[in-house]
Design a protein around this ligand. Structure first.
Ligand code: AMP
Ligand code: MG
Length: 272
């Protein structure tokens, strides 16, 4: 399948300055047809299913997919749509919330390391260790002296994971402030979406510039060849899903997973 879009345009070049404005949140791939894009996402999802089965069967590769986003940018629905249909035995989602007392009693990577994938597994981080340089930075939950050292810890941590055989890809879902307003309003207007509405999100929205600065620093300081960041324009959900699916397929295909050989020659086995 020829890709419908050039995913390299969304890659954050390691060790290069980042200007978030260079990715328009309402990018829709220019002349991409929405229905064609949706069909392609469906085909890519089927391919993810096949590749995941191979990775699980082979039991060799470990794959870590990190999702960070502006509030309401669609982390949950991206996970649901891109990974719909995979075998739950080989895929897990780890959601990182406000740390518990026990978690806070340890270093911030303690709870994160424990959730990293084992052989044959794909793990999706719904939020991640990056919260420790995002919400923690914006709200100064620890002093700057402490959070500013974390970029280097995180680079080293991801290097360790990669050196030991984990493939890492990281997605930042990028929406505009206007789009966020619409999505928050939609949550307010629809009783079936009230459970998703947190008043705290409004307070976070007031800190929009601080968050954009924190996201920029994160992208600039932690994109690496072995753990690349992609900025995913996410105002259009169908475009977001297409782009994430394509990058996941490309990454898994590059691993070239294979079914393992059978234990023995099975030609003369008869089931009685
Ligand atoms: P949600 O993903 O909407 O369920 O919200 C989870 C909340 O946990 C968000 O407000 C995050 O900012 C917060 N959170 C996640 N990790 C951390 C962390 N390390 N320190 C403080 N808050 C966090
Ligand atoms: Mg929330």
């Amino acid at each position: 399948m020829e890709p419908l879009l050039d995913t390299a345009a969304y890659l954050v070049e390691p060790e290069s300055p980042v200007d978030l404005k260079s990715w328009a949140p309402d990018d829709d791939g220019g002349d991409l047809d929405r229905d064609a894009a949706k069909d392609r996402t469906k085909a890519l999802r089927a391919r993810i299913e096949e590749l995941q089965e191979l990775i699980y069967a082979e039991g060799r590769h470990r794959v870590l997919i990190v999702l960070q986003a502006t509030d309401t940018a669609g982390k949950d629905s991206t996970i649901r749509r891109v990974f719909d249909g995979v075998n739950p035995q080989g895929v897990s989602v780890a959601s990182f919330k406000k740390p518990t007392e026990v978690e806070l009693a340890h270093d911030y990577l303690w709870r994160v390391h424990a959730e990293t994938p084992g052989a044959g597994q794909i793990t999706i981080f719904n939020r991640s260790h990056y919260e420790d340089v995002l919400v923690v930075r914006v709200h100064e939950l620890v002093p700057e002296e402490q959070w500013s050292r974390r970029y280097q810890h995180i680079r080293h941590f991801e290097q360790l994971l990669a050196d030991e055989g984990t493939t890492i890809i990281k997605f930042f879902l990028h929406i505009s402030k206007d789009e966020q307003a619409e999505r928050l309003q939609a949550r307010l207007d629809d009783p079936a979406k009230h459970w998703k509405f947190a008043k705290g999100d409004l307070a976070e929205r007031e800190l929009w510039p601080e968050y954009q600065a924190a996201f920029t620093a994160m992208l600039e300081r932690t994109s690496a060849a072995h753990a690349p960041w992609y900025v995913i324009p996410a105002n259009r959900k169908w475009f977001r899903d297409l782009l994430v699916s394509q990058i996941v397929v490309d990454t898994l295909e590059a691993l070239n997973p294979q079914f393992p050989d059978a234990e023995d020659d099975l030609d003369d086995v008869t089931i009685v």
